[in-house]
Every structure is written in C-alpha cells, then in structure tokens.
Design a protein around this ligand. Sequence first.
Ligand SMILES: [Zn+2]
Length: 333
Amino acid sequence: MTSKAPQTLQQAPYAWQQPAWDQLLQSAGVDRLHHANLLAGPAGVGKLDFARHFALALVCDRFPESAPCGDCKNCQMAAGGTHPDIYMLDWLEKSTVISVDQIRKLIDQLTLTASRGSHRVAVINRGHSMTTAAANSLLKTLEEPGEGCVILLLADRERELPITIRSRCQRLAMTLPARQTALDWLQAQGVKEAAIALDVANGAPLLAQAISDAENLAEIAGLRTQWDDFVIREGSPTDLAIATATLLGTRQALSLFMQWTTETVKNLELSPPNGRSTVENNPVDRRYLCQITLALQSALRLDNASLKTQAVLEGVLADIRIIRYKNRAENAS
Ligand SMILES: [Zn+2]
C-alpha cells in the first residue's frame, strides 16, 4: 500500500543539498528531468525530506520558478498529505522490505488513475530493501512510467539494488555534508553535543540529530570504542551486546554498527596499498569488513520485532566472531 504521510514543508533542501536541488530543478525546468531518479547516499543525510520537497515542487502551480510556493491549492494538499499525485512508498508496519505487492499497487495507481496536474510523483523510500520480485516488477515502469510520472528511488545502500534497476535510473548523489556544514546545521537545531553526536553518526546530520535526543549520548559514543575493540581485537560479544542493548533499540544499534563499519572500510581505502591495516598483529582486511557488513545487513532485514535487542545483537555478534575465527584459520593455513 502507498501511504499518504504528511508532506509538510520541510527544511529541505538542506544547505548541503542545494547543489543537488538546483541540478534537479534546473533539469525539470527545461523539461530534461529523467523519469526515474536514484537518490543514493548514506542514511541520515536527508534523502527522504529532499524527495518529499521535490515532489511538492513538481505538483506546485508555480513550478518550476518558485516551487514549492506553499500557497497554492496543490501545495496545501501536499502539505496535508492528501495530494493524489504524490505516492509515498515505504516499509509497512513490522516489515523490513518493500514487497512486490506494494510495487504492483503503486504501478496500478500510476497507470490507472487520472492526474490532477502535469506531474505525478512516486517516492520509494529505502529502495535498497526491495525484494527481488519487487525490483523485477518495477523494471518496466522505470523505463516507461507514463506521461508526467517521475519516480524518486531512495537508497542508503545502492549496491544492494540490482544493476538492472540502477542502469535505468539517473543517479543523484546525496553525499555527507562537510563537517562544519553539518555542525552549523546541528547547532542551529539546538543540538548541544553536536560534535559528539556527529561522530557517533559518522557525519550524517539527521542521524546525529536523532541520536542527540538521547540523554546518554556520551555512553553511546563510548560504545564506539567497544565496537572497535570487538571487531579488531578480542572484545567480548556478550559484553558489547549487553552494553548496547541498554542504550539502543535493535535497528538503531545495527544501523550504527553498519555506519561504523563503513567508516572503517573508508579509512582502509585511504590507507596504503595492500588494503590491510595491521592492528596489534591482527590484520583487518576489506573482506572481513564486508563480511561484517553482510552479517549486519541480514540482521537488519530479519523481522526482529518480537525478539529482545540483546538476543538479536548477541546472535549477530556471535556470527561476526565466527567469521573472524574462520578467516584467521584460513590465513594461517
Ligand atoms: Zn505551490
């Protein structure tokens, strides 16, 4: 099902999104907007706000000059979440995938119903979590979505999207802002421990803002050390699971672990040529980090809602520990 989430006028485009916004609006203004757009970038940079705001602009009466104006009938309907030409697709309650049924319904709505204006817009949030069947059923629509249809496909982890999907979309990079830009924005939002929150969130401002609401921010930041210890050295999975579960929910914890692993991979990529950084005689290589990412991804995809956070984390951390032992055995032989 598509939902009509409130499409309020957000702060989007955020300062760091202005170039992407200008680029998109400019192409739209001269009728060069691609009908299928992949907004790719890490979680917490504001992709969804950006996409909602762009959807508003496309249906606004004053498009493209001063859209969204916020005044016209279309803007008001969109702000109230009731605009018939804006379709928001996201996980259904308790689900962690975008299903083929959801995509089929969306396609029906895009093709069968009449439009109010010149554009109709589908925003598919967390597109990376489409099932294979969902992705396959979207292919044809991505090629020919119909007159005036624009699809905005959002992905935190675009490599999880099939190449057949990626190749049909115009890619728009939604990158992390420069650190100072992010700090300025966080401070303007009244976030007190902006620097710590930004570190914990690996530079993603919206994620940092969400985390900063936690009273125990310093303790969450402390988890980072424990995580590194676990990944690189011999930290205990149980201790880490217990410490994390007292501070964070399952999804939040797994997402943070994912962010931290991504950062470690990036640091490795910056470091010298053989792709290995030796920490206390324990080589941490890209393969190991990719395996960790995969383990976290599959945990994120499972329906963990009924399980206790500590149990889920202990499970995934035990898997990671096994991966490490296996790698070490292979390296030794
Ligand atoms: Zn308007």
